[in-house]
Design a protein around this ligand. Structure first.
Ligand SMILES: Cc1cc2nc3c(=O)[nH]c(=O)nc-3n(C[C@H](O)[C@H](O)[C@H](O)COP(=O)(O)OP(=O)(O)OC[C@H]3O[C@@H](n4cnc5c(N)ncnc54)[C@H](O)[C@@H]3O)c2cc1C
Ligand code: SF4
Length: 481
């Protein structure tokens, strides 16, 4: 145990953020790195619980109490080895995971939870700084080949695990660069892209081959893939955006969040965007529809592009600031989240339904909205929404971003050509062994579970690798977590 009285002596201290006035002028990461001493103090708060609920709350099963103790004792190398055993991308989750483990931390019952995510980040960055992380190609190769389609966190974790088992892995990515949403969705101010490049360099050195600009099912026949590889892993994400098909939707200036965020990230990587396709908030009144994390990323991006006014609206009611009775500890609760982007300015409104977009000269100018309220559930237990009488109002907007989620993976192209079965939500259906309706074709990450979290994508990528290895070799040493 780190320090038997640590949690009594030390209060939780979260990482500091760069000042708002400074950070909105650039895209550098908002969070300031911590000193080793601060991390050691924070890890001393871990009580090394008999039943560590943090472990239960972590989809990849990180050895949290163990590495908290090791960090406190100054055994950074051993802490890194334990972290590396369960998570292929801790430098990513350490930065942007919403940390379900912290919501299950036992200390969180009557105090603030341990800073688990920040401790994770400190361990992995310490390991990189001290040169503890080296490419470890497998000693023997199996002569089996696996195609991984999609290079997001699920694809990268799956590829890393299968390569470790000695298989020849080729990752196909339709974008021009590797990373999926880590590269093109999440803004630089949350995750600088050199972090991703550093990991990809390592994976390449370990023997994984990456082929970018290849859209499987469109410019590379699925039959060819079937013929050339012993197994296929589908980790293509879930990118079919939910639309808001109301009057005025065709007006210019209304865009999907991923189109906006992808373009912003591409611009920062030095790509030229054709003039007619530019989506920029500079000097504009921006309305973001959707109160989730993607919407918050759009808020932060619009601040940096120089929007004159930013309003984020959400259909659902304002979430509570403390746990509701129906989401007791150790469950992951729906709470009001104030992200670093919200700290930077803009307005947020809840219980707002957008009825129509109003235009002028073919471009959006206003949103016509109404307040709504939710009453007791219907006979199926679903809350019923009703418009509040006489609550109609308008919001001015030159740029509208739709950040209302994703329905399921894109069916057109790859999935239709493979003729795979879908689950009732339109995601790729698999058995418990992650195999799809076609033998030798497996699926994981958002493509299988729907739009989720990075840590779930990593967990699924690892599980797919476990099952592919077993399928190819008859047995496996790869963990099934
Ligand atoms: C804007 C945004 C911000 C987010 N922020 C966070 C966050 O801060 N923390 C968090 O935990 N989660 C976050 N998420 C969720 C998280 O990013 C996803 O759950 C995760 O990236 C899913 O990983 P994946 O590998 O399954 O898919 P993706 O990351 O979507 O990667 C799939 C890849 O497959 C490629 N692909 C698809 N089809 C083909 C094909 N036919 N041929 C070749 N390549 C193909 C795609 O181009 C893409 O690169 C965010 C999501 C969004 C949209
Ligand atoms: S639940 Fe919290 S206090 Fe207990 S072992 Fe995990 S991190 Fe430590």
């Amino acid at each position: 145990m780190a320090d038997p009285k640590g949690f009594l002596k030390v209060k939780r201290e979260a990482s500091k953020h760069r000042p708002v006035c400074e950070r909105v002028k650039d895209y550098t990461e908002v969070i300031l790195p911590r000193r080793d001493k601060e991390i050691r103090d924070q890890s001393s708060r871990c009580m090394d619980c008999g039943t560590p609920f943090c472990h239960w709350g972590c989809p990849v099963g990180n050895y949290i109490p163990e590495w908290n103790d090791l960090v406190f004792q100054g055994h950074w190398k051993r802490a890194f080895e334990l972290l590396d055993a369960t998570n292929n991308l801790p430098e990513i989750t350490g930065r942007v995971c919403p940390a379900p483990c912290e919501y299950s931390c036992v200390l969180g019952i009557n105090d603030d939870p341990v800073t688990i995510r920040e401790n994770e980040l400190a361990i992995i960055e310490h390991a990189f700084k001290k040169g503890l992380i080296k490419a470890r190609p497998p000693k023997e190769r199996t002569k089996k080949t696996v195609a991984v389609v999609g290079s997001g966190p699920a694809g990268l974790s799956c590829a890393a695990q299968l390569n470790k088992a000695g298989h020849k892995v080729v990752v196909f990515e339709r974008d021009e660069r590797i990373g999926g949403i880590l590269r093109y969705g999440i803004p630089e101010f949350k995750l600088e892209k050199w972090v991703l490049d550093r990991r990809i360099k390592l994976l390449k050195k370990e023997g994984i081959e990456f082929k970018t600009g290849v859209n499987i099912g469109t410019d590379y026949a699925t039959s060819k893939l079937n013929k050339e590889f012993d197994a296929i892993s589908l980790t293509g994400g879930s990118r079919e955006p939910r639309d808001l098909k109301i009057e005025g939707r065709d007006l210019k200036g209304i865009n999907f969040a991923m189109d906006y965020l992808c373009q912003s990230n591409r611009k920062l990587e030095g790509q030229d965007i054709p003039k007619g396709e530019v989506i920029d908030a500079k000097g504009k009144k921006v309305v973001i529809i959707g109160g989730g994390d993607t919407g918050a990323d759009c808020v932060g991006t619009a601040h940096r592009q120089g929007a004159t006014c930013i309003v984020q609206i959400e259909l659902l009611e304002r979430p509570p600031e403390c746990r509701a009775d129906h989401q007791p500890w150790p469950l992951y609760p729906m709470l009001l989240k104030t992200s670093t982007s919200h700290e930077e300015g803009g307005e947020r409104h809840w219980s707002v339904l957008t009825k129509r977009f109003i235009g002028e000269g073919g471009s959006v100018k206003k949103l016509s909205c109404v307040n709504v309220e939710f009453t007791e559930g219907d006979k199926n237990g679903c809350p019923v929404m009703r418009e509040v009488p006489d609550s109609e109002f308008e919001i001015e907007a030159d740029l509208v971003i739709l950040a209302i989620g994703f329905v399921h993976p894109e069916h057109k192209g790859l999935l239709d050509k493979l003729g795979l079965e879908f689950d009732p939500r339109g995601n790729v259906k698999t058995g418990e062994d992650y195999m799809t309706s076609k033998k030798g074709i497996f699926a994981g990450g958002d493509m299988r579970r729907g739009q989720s979290l990075i840590v779930w994508a990593i967990s699924e990528g690892r599980k797919v690798a476990h099952h592919i290895d077993k399928y190819l070799m008859g047995s496996t040493n790869l963990p099934n977590i």
